[in-house]
Design a protein around this ligand. Structure first.
Ligand code: SF4
Length: 84
C-alpha cells in the first residue's frame, strides 16, 4: 500500500503552508497554489505528510491510500502512438 497527497482545488485558498511543511513533494505555482508531485509519499516523509494534511487551514489537503505502482503493460499488437 502506498500513500499519495491530493489537493481539493476548490477548497484550497493558497495559504502555502503545505509547501512549507512538505517541500519535497509540494511546490507552489505563481499564484501560491500547491503543485503536488506525481509520486508516492516515501515512508520517511509520511509523518510530514500527515502534518501537512492536519495543518491545512481549509482541509483541502488529504492523504489517499493507493495500490502499489502499476506495472506497465506491453502495447497491444497493432496499436500506434498518437501523433499530432
Ligand atoms: S495549506 Fe491547504 S489551503 Fe494552503 S496551499 Fe496548501 S492545500 Fe491550499
Amino acid at each position: 500500500m502506498t500513500i499519495r497527497i491530493e489537493v481539493d482545488p476548490t477548497a484550497c485558498k493558497a495559504h502555502g503552508l503545505c509547501a512549507e511543511l512538505l517541500p519535497e513533494l509540494i511546490e507552489l505555482d505563481d499564484w501560491g497554489y500547491p503543485v503536488i508531485a506525481d509520486a508516492d509519499v516515501p515512508r520517511r516523509l509520511r509523518p510530514l505528510a500527515r502534518q501537512a494534511v492536519s495543518a491545512c487551514p481549509t482541509l483541502a489537503l488529504r492523504r489517499r491510500a493507493a495500490a502499489s505502482a502499476a506495472v506497465s503493460q506491453p502495447r497491444a499488437q497493432g496499436s500506434r502512438a498518437f501523433r499530432d
